[in-house]
Design a binder for this molecule. Structure first.
Ligand code: UD1
Length: 420
C-alpha cells in the first residue's frame, strides 16, 4: 500500500488543469448499459473509481477501453449477464446505479447492496422506492437486490422525501426507457445531474428540467450512441483552491466551471484570500497573515458541498478565531477531525457540528486517510505544516483525485508517493 509524504510549510505557486468530474464520469459509464451502440466519453479522469466501474461493466460483457489519454470508449453491444456481484460493488457505492439501466434494458437485474466511503449509514431506500414506483418488483435476499420488470418499466410521479443525488440520477437512468412520462419532484440539482441529462438527451432521451427540482422524463423505446465531454470536477477544483488558500501562494486553476462553485468562492474571499474568476479559470492568492474565521453549513447544491467540508475545515484550523462547521448531509462525516487534531488542530465535535478554534500552525505528523474527501483535507494540512507529514491509506485518495502529487508538484509542493 502507498503513502504520501509531504514536506510542508511552503506556498504553492503555479497552474493546475482540472480533470473531468469523478461523480459524473461513473454515472455516465452506466449509461452504456442503456444502448447497444458505442459511447465515447471525453475528459474522463483516470481514477480507481472509474476503474472499478469499468471492471463491473466488463463483468457484464461491456467492452471498455480507456486507452492512454482521457478518452474512454464503451460498447455494450450484447450483455453477457445482469448480475453485479458483491466483490465489485462493495468498492464503490455508485456502481449500484447499474441496477436501473439493467432493469430498463433487459427487464431483470441482480445487484449487490453497495459499499463505498464509511461516512454514515447511506441506505439506498430512495433508489429502490423509485424503481418500485416505475413498476419494478424488488426483493432483497442475502445482501442482493433481485429486481424484475418483465413487461418493462412504466413512467410515474415520484416525490423524493429529501434530496438525493444518487437516487435522482438512478431514477433518470431507468425512466428514460420507461413507457410514458416520469416526473421527479424534489430532485437533486447538482451539475453532474445536468451532465447526465445532456448525455442522455444527445442519445435521444427526452429529459427536461434537469438542474431544477422538478424533472420531466418522457420515455423513449431506444437510445443511440454518443460522444460526450465530461463536466469539470468541481470538487477537485475546490480542493486545490483550498490547498492554495491553506498553504498560501498563488494558484491558477484551469478547465473549471466557476459557476459550479458559487457557494465556495465568497467564503474563501471572506476568509481573506483573493479570488479572481472568469468562466473557466480561477486564481487564488493568499499572502502572509492568518485567515479570518468563517462558518460553513453543508447543503445540497447550490449550497456548500459536503465533499469540500473537510478541506474547508483544514483551512479554518489556521484561522485567527473560532469557526463553526455544520454537516447537514451525512451523519458521520467528521472522521478527519481526530487526524487534523494529531497535526495540532483544535476541534470539538458535537453531533453534526464542529467547533474549530484556529491555531497558528499545523504540526507535521503521521496521519491516516479515512475516506476520499477526508484524505484531501490531510493533504492540504500537510502542505501548510512545517516538517514531514506522512499520510497512510492513500487508496482513498486514488479513488477520486487524478495524479494529485503530480498536479501539486507542478505548483512547487514537495510531495511524493512511497510504498508503506
Ligand atoms: C453523491 C456523491 C457524493 C456526495 C453526495 C452528496 C457520487 C458518486 N457521490 O453521493 O460524493 O457527497 O452525493 O452531495 O455522486 N440517502 C438515504 N437513502 C437513499 C439515498 C440517500 O437515506 O436511498 C441519504 C444519504 O445517506 C445521505 C443523503 O441521503 O445522508 C444524501 O445522499 P445522496 O445525495 O444520495 O449521496 P450519494 O448519491 O450517495
Amino acid at each position: 500500500m502507498d503513502k504520501i509524504v509531504i514536506e510542508g510549510g511552503f506556498p504553492l505557486n503555479g497552474e493546475i488543469a482540472i480533470s473531468g468530474a469523478k461523480n459524473s464520469a461513473i454515472k455516465l459509464m452506466a449509461v452504456t448499459l442503456l444502448t447497444d451502440q458505442p459511447i465515447v466519453l471525453k475528459n474522463m479522469p483516470r481514477l480507481r473509481d472509474t476503474r472499478s466501474m469499468g471492471q463491473l461493466l466488463k463483468h457484464m460483457g461491456v467492452e471498455v477501453d480507456h486507452g492512454a489519454g482521457s478518452e474512454m470508449k464503451l460498447h455494450a453491444a450484447k450483455l453477457s449477464g445482469t448480475t453485479a456481484p458483491y466483490d465489485l460493488v462493495r468498492k464503490m457505492r455508485a456502481t449500484f446505479n447499474v441496477l436501473g439501466p439493467l432493469l430498463a434494458r433487459t427487464g431483470e437485474a441482480k445487484v449487490s447492496l453497495p459499499g463505498g466511503c464509511a461516512i454514515g449509514a447511506r441506505p439506498v431506500d430512495l433508489h429502490l422506492k423509485a424503481l418500485q414506483a416505475l413498476g419494478a418488483d424488488i426483493q432483497l435476499d442475502e445482501g442482493y437486490v433481485n429486481a424484475a420488470a418483465k413487461n418493462g418499466l412504466t413512467g410515474a410521479e415520484i416525490t423524493f422525501p429529501f434530496v438525493s443525488v444518487g437516487a435522482t440520477e438512478h431514477t433518470m437512468l431507468a425512466a428514460v426507457l420507461a413507457k410514458g412520462e416520469t416526473v421527479l419532484y424534489n430532485a437533486a440539482r447538482e451539475p453532474e445531474i445536468i451532465d447526465l441529462a445532456e448525455c442522455l438527451n444527445a442519445m435521444g432521451a427526452k429529459i427536461t428540467g434537469a438542474g431544477r427540482s422538478e424533472v420531466h422524463i418522457e420515455g423513449v423505446s431506444s437510445l443511440c450512441g454518443v460522444t460526450h465531454h465530461v463536466v469539470p470536477d468541481r470538487i477537485e477544483a475546490g480542493t486545490y483552491a483550498l490547498a492554495a488558500a491553506t498553504a498560501g501562494g498563488s494558484v491558477r486553476l484551469t478547465n473549471i466551471r466557476s459557476d459550479h462553485l458559487g457557494a465556495l468562492w465568497p467564503l474563501i474571499a471572506q476568509a481573506g484570500a483573493k479570488v479572481s474568476l472568469d468562466e473557466t479559470t480561477v486564481l487564488i492568492e493568499r499572502g502572509g497573515g492568518r485567515p479570518k474565521p468563517v462558518d460553513v453549513d453543508t447543503m445540497a447544491y447550490p449550497g456548500f458541498p459536503t465533499d469540500l467540508q473537510a478541506q474547508f475545515m483544514a483551512f479554518m484550523c489556521l484561522a485567527d478565531g473560532v469557526s463553526i462547521i455544520r454537516e447537514n448531509i451525512f451523519e458521520n462525516r467528521f472522521m478527519h477531525c481526530p487526524e487534523l487534531s494529531r497535526m495540532g488542530a483544535d476541534i470539538t465535535v458535537t453531533g453534526r457540528e464542529a467547533i474549530v478554534r484556529g491555531v497558528k500552525e499545523f504540526r507535521a505528523a503521521p496521519v491516516m486517510a479515512t475516506d476520499l474527501r477526508a484524505s484531501a483535507s490531510l493533504i492540504n494540512a500537510g502542505l501548510a505544516a512545517r516538517g514531514e507529514t506522512h499520510i497512510g491509506r492513500v487508496y482513498h485518495l486514488d479513488r477520486g483525485f487524478e495524479h494529485i502529487e503530480v498536479k501539486l508538484g507542478q505548483c512547487g509542493a514537495r510531495i511524493r508517493r512511497e510504498a508503506e
